[in-house]
Structure formats: C-alpha cells, structure tokens
Design a protein around this ligand. Structure first.
Ligand code: BES
Ligand code: ZN
Length: 628
C-alpha cells in the first residue's frame, strides 16, 4: 500500500520477534500448551464455542463494558478450555447452564503485545457451558468511546467496536480465530437516550428502558461480532435494507445510499441468495478508521462516503459483497486474507458494472491497478518481495500487515484474469457453486486452489498456472489488461496543464467522476506549480470539495509543491476525519517533505490525535517515529 506500511512491517516484525522470544521463555514456565495458530491461543480442536450469549452493560461514565459471556461449547473430552483475552478484567468464571453454575479456577498466561494472552480455564471432560464474568479496561483496542463533542449533535456520547482482525478479544473473552463459527444472542443495556445496534437482528427505534436484545442465527466468525451505541435513527430503503445514522446525517445517508436495493438484486442475480435476511448500513462518526467494515446484517461505514453525489458508493458495494465472500465463505486464517478481500474486490466490481455500467467499473478497476503496481514496485524495491504473494506468511506478525493492495487488488485481478480466460458464463457458474458449496464454512488458500483446479482449470482444460499467482511474487505477465478512454483524456489534460495550458473554460467538478479526477491529479506525478494549483482550485474547488478521496490526493500534491493556501482546509480535514487510508499518505508526505512541513504536521497531529481510533493513531505515531 504505502511506504510506511513497509517500514511499519519491518518494525513490527522486530518487535514481535522479541515478544515471541520472551513468550517462549515464559511458555516453558507456566503454559502447558498454546500453539499460536491463526493468531489465536484457543484450543478449538478440543473444545469450541457453538453459541455465545452476551449479557452486558455499556457504561459510558467508566468507559467500560461489563457483564458475562456465556459460551455453549462442544467438548471433545478436554479438561482445559483456552480463550483469547486482551486487556480484559476477568472477575470470575463458572461452569454449567445459567442458574446452576459452579465457580471454577483459571489462569491467565503471558501477555503478548499483539495477541494478548491465553485464558486457561479448568473444566471437566464433559463441560459444555463456560461463563466468563468480565469487564473491559481502558486498553480495549476494539472500542472507540467518543465524547459527545465528537459526534454530530455534540449532545450524546458514542461507542462502536471494530473486531477485525484480532481485536474482538479486547472486548469479549473469546476463541478469537476466524476458523471457529458460532451463533450468538445478546442482551445489552445502554443509557436510556441511546440506541444499541449489533451485527444481528436490530431494533429500529429506541425503547424506554435502554435494554436491547439481539440474535444472530447464522454462524459467524468472532471478528464479525460488532456493537454500536449512540444517538441513532433508522431510515428504510426497501423491505430488506436501510440506513442508521446520527439524526443530522440520516437524510443525506438515505439519499447517498439509495441504490443499495439495486446492488442487493445485482449481487443475488450473480452469486445466489442473500442469506442474512437484512442488509443495513450504519454511518459512524468521523473517527471510524476504515471506509467500511462488513459486520453481518449491518455494515459499519465512515461518514466520508457521504459525498453528496453517490460517488463513493463502491465501498458499500464492497461491504455488501462480503456477505458472500468473507462472511459466508470465510478465510480460515489471516494468511488467507486474500480469499476475503480479493474475492470481494472482484465481486464489488461486478456489482458496480451491473448497476452503473462497464465504463465506470473499468475506471474503478484501473485506479486500483495503478495502486497495485505502485505497491508491488515498492515492496520489491525494499526487499519485501515475499509480501507480494497472495498466500501470506504472517506468523508472528500483525494481520494488519496483510491489509495491502496484494490481498485486495492482486487477488481481484487473479479472478479477473481467470474470468477472461474461461469466459464469464463458466466463471460465474463456478463462483456461484463455490459460495454455495462452502457457505458458512472457512477455507484455506490450499483448499481453494485445489477446488479451482478441479472445478475450472482441469475441467475445461485451461492453460493457467494458479500457483504462479498464489505463491509467486509480483504481478504475473498473463494478468488481464484494462484500458479506459476517459482516463486517457484526463491524463492528457493534466499533461497539457503541466506544459502551460489551461483547464477548458466552463469545466466543472461534476463533469467527471471521482476516479477520473484522481487519475487527473495523479498524472501530475507530484509536480505542479502553485499558480496552476490555485488556478485549478478556483475552478474545480478540489480543496474544499467535500470529497475525501479527491481532497486527500490533492492535499498530497499540495504538500509536495508547497501550495500553502490549502493548509486551513487540510488542517480541518485532519482534525475531523479518522479514516486511516486518508491520514496515512498525508502524514507520510508531511513528515518527509521538509522540516517545516513536518513541524506543521506534528502540530496538527497533536490536536487531531485525541479524535482518532487507536488503529489510526498507532499507525500515525509510527510514521513520526520511523521517519525521524
Ligand atoms: N474488511 C475490511 C476492513 C478491514 C480489513 C478491517 C482488515 C480490519 C482488518 C473492509 O471490507 C475493507 O476492505 N474496507 C476498505 C474499503 C474497500 C472498498 C477497499 C477500507 O476500509 O478502505
Ligand atoms: Zn473488504
């Protein structure tokens, strides 16, 4: 993705290596068993949760969630159950169904910065019910507690969780590996003025006592457990879809996302029924560190998608697509992350093509391909060629390190390339069967490759080497090529401006889509005079466009060319928006461009940091540390 990802990767690896060493020393002392597979200490092959019932209270005064996690388990005869915990306060643990519980003993193993710690619980070989009474602490990475001033109305506080990849263990004691699937129910008590929603059946309005019940009937992986609490309203889009947002945003959100019903129909027509009944989107406050998160039945989304013209809805198509790729067929380990994200980027593009046409879809894919090429070049140049393989080796590394253009875009282009070779009809048939065959299961890369070879490559005698893509480095030579005339036009326009020409008279921002403007800005290759930038801003208003994608790209070019007039808008943007994808390139450029820009960037960061989620500020802290 970016330079810093690589720096951070190396840094984390060193850090983890030393943690691991410490842990190994300790393991000999007090841990009898804990193979760290799938970034989890849990012993799911011996005992695993099949249903979780949460009985919790959300306490905004103390900023903690407290209560009990009741695990119904299948026990293959073990007398020790191992869970993952990170920064949790475990009060007591009982065995047996609610009402006839017996307290038991437990031990918490050595703490690891990345993984947290194993929680060893003494059980009988016949134990089926394990109840963990706990409370979260200030160290809960998954929780973003927002003071009222950071919400739209400024009147009520807000809380949301982010589970993927391995953060659920910081708000629920759990076997935190995607490999285990379970159903869940929850009783959640919140302050009376607020509404609670989860990745489950949801209320559409507040009730008088602040007590809400939830049910998720389909088995999910732990990273998909999610909760949000705030001043929320609901607006319906169709019988099975709608949006939740803070009241000030609800109408805009409904308008922005009006095409969701069309997207659902398009997706179902291609790859089979939507099996989660309802598809809603929750627009979160600005600190949300991602564009979107595919929590089942309820996608969590950044408010930066609300651009006013529907131009950023491909993120919703992406999260919706995860209802098949990811939530239905799930990566078994974080090394197989591309099975979640690569398939989803491919599927997202198909939804976009179906709803908005091929020309738009191709532009989206081409912008992503440019980014992939840049990322691959950078990884190769910095000796990280191994990270350009689809099958990752994240042992002892943060799964976050795998969140690069490789899993997303190389993964998607593998599927596009195969589609192009065998033809769309056969490929769609294959994918539809794939989703159906493996629904509510988890899959490794190796299992997918075997399935693909058998059901497509060998079946139709196609000349295609899957292993080269999956286990090889870089972008294989047979990768399908995409072109776009509309991109070529904006690229030419950029060149002519760089050579002294002007923008066509009367051209407006709404004349072109977001991706065309991104391609336009990128075509300057980091070089454009301040005069030209001001001229473009006077006509197209990039710097105050309200479109976060365009603003980020424009601000980066602005830092590179010392276009100081953008600073007020850039500062306001950095203080308001917490989405890491935008913050990262801006702070990297500020930190490295000049001494002066670095100082300015640090000052702004000091003001902005309290507004960010830990996922974002941990990344930005590293940028300033690593580039000293
Ligand atoms: N599942 C991811 C978000 C994620 C990945 C969170 C790994 C934590 C760890 C989500 O579906 C996603 O990919 N979001 C993207 C948007 C998408 C259009 C590429 C994002 O947030 O930028
Ligand atoms: Zn995704």
């Amino acid at each position: 993705m970016s330079r810093i990802t690589l720096i951070v990767t190396v840094f984390t690896s060193i850090l983890l290596f030393s943690c691991q060493q410490k842990q190994e020393e300790n393991q000999e002392k007090d841990l009898t068993c804990c193979p760290v597979e799938n970034h989890s200490y849990s012993n799911i092959s011996e005992i695993n949760t099949t249903h979780l019932h949460l009985d919790i209270t959300v306490n905004f005064d103390k900023k903690v969630i407290e209560g009990v996690a009741r695990h119904k388990m299948i026990n293959n005869g073990t007398n020790s159950a191992i869970f993952d915990v990170k920064g949790l306060d475990i009060q007591k643990i009982t065995l047996g169904p609610e009402g006839s519980e017996q307290e038991t003993t437990f031990k918490i193993g050595t703490y690891n910065d990345l993984l947290g710690a194993p929680l060893f619980i003494d059980i009988d070989s016949t134990t089926q019910f394990v109840n963990i009474y706990y409370s979260t602490t200030q160290d809960a990475d998954a929780l973003d507690w927002l003071d009222a001033r950071l919400t739209g109305s400024g009147k009520y506080p807000f809380l949301y969780t982010q589970g993927e990849a391995i953060l659920t263990r910081s708000w629920i004691p759990i076997q935190d590996t995607p490999k285990n699937r379970f159903t869940y129910t929850a009783n959640v008590k919140v302050p009376k003025d607020l509404l609670a929603v989860m990745s489950a059946t949801n209320p559409v309005e507040k009730n008088a006592n602040g007590e809400y019940s939830f049910q998720m009937k389909q088995p999910i992986s732990s990273y998909l457990l999610a909760l949000a609490v705030g001043e929320l309203e609901y607006a319906k889009l169709s019988d099975n879809s709608g949006v939740y947002a803070e009241p000030y945003m609800i109408k805009q959100a409904r308008d922005e996302f009006k095409d969701i019903p069309k997207m659902i129909s398009a997706a179902q027509a291609m790859y089979g029924d939507y099996l989660w009944e309802i598809y809603d989107v929750l627009v979160l406050p600005y600190s949300f560190p991602y564009g979107g998160m595919e929590n089942p039945r309820l996608t969590f989304a950044t408010p930066t998608l609300i651009a006013g013209d529907g131009s950023l809805v491909s993120v919703v198509a992406h999260e919706l697509a995860h209802s098949w790729s990811g939530n239905l067929v799930t990566n078994a380990t974080w090394n197989d992350f591309w099975l979640n994200e690569g398939f989803t980027v491919y599927f997202e593009n198909r939804i976009m093509e179906s709803v908005y046409g091929k020309e738009i879809a191709d532009m989206l894919a081409l912008i992503e391909f440019q980014e992939l090429q840049r990322s691959v070049d950078e990884m190769m140049a910095t000796g990280n060629g191994k990270d350009t393989r689809l099958k990752l080796e994240l042992h002892d590394r943060d799964p976050d390190d795998g969140m690069t253009d490789i899993a997303y875009v190389k993964g998607a282009f593998l599927l596009k390339t195969i589609e192009n070779l065998v033809g769309r009809e056969k490929f769609d048939d294959f994918l539809k069967n794939y989703f159906h065959n493996f629904q509510f299961e988890t899959l490794t890369t190796e299992e997918f490759v075997a399935y693909l070879n058998k059901n497509l490559i060998e079946k139709y005698n196609v000349d295609f080497d899957v292993d080269e893509w999956v286990y090889g480095e870089g972008i294989p030579a047979n990768c399908v090529q995409i072109t776009s005339e509309r991109f070529e036009l904006v690229q030419q326009l950029a060149k002519s401006i760089q050579d002294g020409g002007k923008l066509p008279v009367g051209i407006k921002r709404s004349d072109k889509i977001t991706q065309e403007w991104l391609a336009f800005i990128r075509a300057f290759d980091g070089k454009l005079s301040v005069e030209k930038m001001a001229e473009i801003d006077a006509q197209l208003h990039f710097r105050d466009s309200g479109n976060a994608e365009i603003m980020t790209e424009w601000f980066v070019l602005g830092i590179q060319n010392e276009y100081m007039e953008i600073r007020p808008e850039m500062e306001a943007f950095l203080i308001k928006v917490g989405r890491r994808k935008f913050l990262e390139p801006l702070y990297i450029e500020l930190a490295k461009h000049s001494k002066e820009s670095r100082e300015w960037g640090k000052e702004v960061y000091e003001k902005a940091r309290p507004h960010y989620h830990s996922i974002s500020y941990k990344t930005i802290d590293k940028i300033f540390q690593e580039t000293k």
